[in-house]
Write a protein that binds this ligand. Structure first.
Ligand code: NAP
Length: 189
């Protein structure tokens, strides 16, 4: 879809952490290697996450990420969440009025979110991010690299039909070992 259309007015961004070898979770979804960073991170340090979240209107996540977040002691998000799944039939319980279930292509997710007043979507989950990237719908990526090799797991990036070029916007080196890089996706004219 060319620039200047409705979809290009939506910012879809990624804010995610990977192991040094490019994984977002172990094969079974475990993120213990990421949670272990808490032991060396100063109290209150969130590597810019709260400031980023303040700019977000809604979160879009895949079923894999949704299931992981549901395993946390407490639902962590105040903002509306769109969960993408072809297998889930409904959202149960207290989350039913905070979470919308969608089984549509990324462009349709954006259309729906626009109709509901969103201008900035936080796209989360490996397959979901890959789907939005393939559709040319990701604007920018903030990537926090954790200095741990886990060898195998769920990848952030996957197959793409053609190269995607990004422009490095900034790099922040945290003394406790995280390197955070911000990229803007270069859209073809
Ligand atoms: N390191 C980090 O910062 C970080 C951040 C987020 C998540 N994670 C981890 O990543 C893991 C999950 O990643 P994941 O690769 O499984 O990806 P995911 O994107 O969370 O979930 C994939 C699922 O989302 C659904 N989906 C995606 N796009 C869809 C579409 N357009 N229409 C319908 N359904 C769609 C499908 O669900 P169905 O199979 O139900 O159809 C697909 O199997 C979890 O373990 C989570 O903890 C880590």
């Amino acid at each position: 879809m060319p620039l200047g259309t409705e979809q290009s007015e939506m910012r879809c961004s990624v804010f995610i952490a990977t192991s040094l070898d490019g994984f977002i979770a172990r094969t079974d979804g475990n993120i213990d290697w990421l949670e272990q960073m808490g032991a060396v991170t100063p109290p209150g340090e969130d590597c810019g996450f709260a400031a980023y979240m303040a700019t977000v209107d809604a979160i879009v996540m895949g079923r894999g990420t949704f299931e992981k977040v549901c395993s946390f002691p407490k639902w962590p998000y105040e903002k509306p969440v769109y969960v993408l799944s072809a297998s889930l039939r409904q959202i149960d319980g207290a989350l039913a009025n905070r979470v919308s279930l969608l089984n549509v292509a990324p462009a349709e997710v954006i259309k729906r979110a626009r109709e509901e007043g969103c201008r900035h979507l936080y796209i989360d989950g490996g397959k979901t991010i890959q789907g939005f990237l393939k559709a040319g719908l990701i604007s920018d990526i903030t990537l926090s690299t954790i200095p741990t090799l886990i060898g195998t797991g769920i990848r952030l990036f996957g197959d793409i039909p053609a190269d995607i070029h990004l422009r490095l916007e900034s790099t922040t080196t945290y003394p406790f070992g995280i390197v955070q890089t911000k990229y803007r996706v270069i859209r073809e004219a």
